[in-house]
Ligand binder design. Structure first.
Ligand SMILES: [Zn+2]
Length: 199
């Protein structure tokens, strides 16, 4: 899938996850006055889901994230190849390690700037960790819908996807990709409008 699609799918799925699991705190519509720390929690959650949703394509120098990272991405693509390690369960494990480090960094930066409550909240709930990991999982799941599939068990090269027959899947960037992404957003949008899903 394209970077833009991954971002939209990840953030939309993040809305659904947060509505049910309430990782980032109570829904904004539920609290009479909206405290700044709640807004910060929500902003960090969605930023980190978005980051996680782009992260597996770190192995593609021409991807949205790869272009920003320049030579780092070129090296990774050169050594590992696109859609290998970083689109597997082993890659999710590496992503988790990165997410733990990132969480400590965010916690530190927040407390240093005087945002004590969001820093404590993140330390207690592991909001950053779950957000990044969820974004990565959504990325790999979405790539599983494309013709190429994903090598979940890498270093085993067998590729997995849904539907299991690759001929029924679409090619990255083709019209079914946009149809799926916008239908999903529309569906969740209706859910939010009907108040089944709360942000
Ligand atoms: Zn990918």
């Amino acid at each position: 899938m394209l970077g833009k699609s991954h971002l939209l799918v990840g953030l939309t799925a993040g809305v659904v996850l947060d509505s049910f699991a309430q990782l980032s705190g109570p829904p904004l519509t539920m609290s009479g006055s909206v405290p700044l720390s709640l807004v910060i929690n929500k902003a960090i959650f969605y930023f980190m889901v978005g980051f996680g949703a782009l992260l597996p394509d770190i192995d593609n120098a021409r991807s949205t994230l790869g272009r920003k990272l320049g030579w780092v991405s070129r090296e990774i693509q050169h050594v590992a190849g696109h859609r290998t390690l970083f689109h597997s369960i082993l890659g999710l494990f590496l992503g988790s390690l990165l997410a733990i480090g990132l969480e400590r960094l965010v916690e530190f930066l927040l407390s240093q700037r005087g945002f004590v409550f969001p820093a404590q909240f993140i330390g207690a709930t592991h909001l950053v960790f779950f957000a990044v990991l969820f974004g990565c999982i959504m990325h790999i799941a979405a790539d599983g819908l494309t013709e190429g599939g994903v090598p979940l068990m890498w270093p085993n090269h067998r590729r997995y996807g849904f539907p299991p027959n690759p001929h029924w899947r679409f090619r990255t960037g083709d019209w079914p990709e946009h149809l799926i992404v916008y239908s999903f957003m529309l569906l969740v949008g209706v859910g939010v409008y009907m108040a089944y899903i709360r942000i």
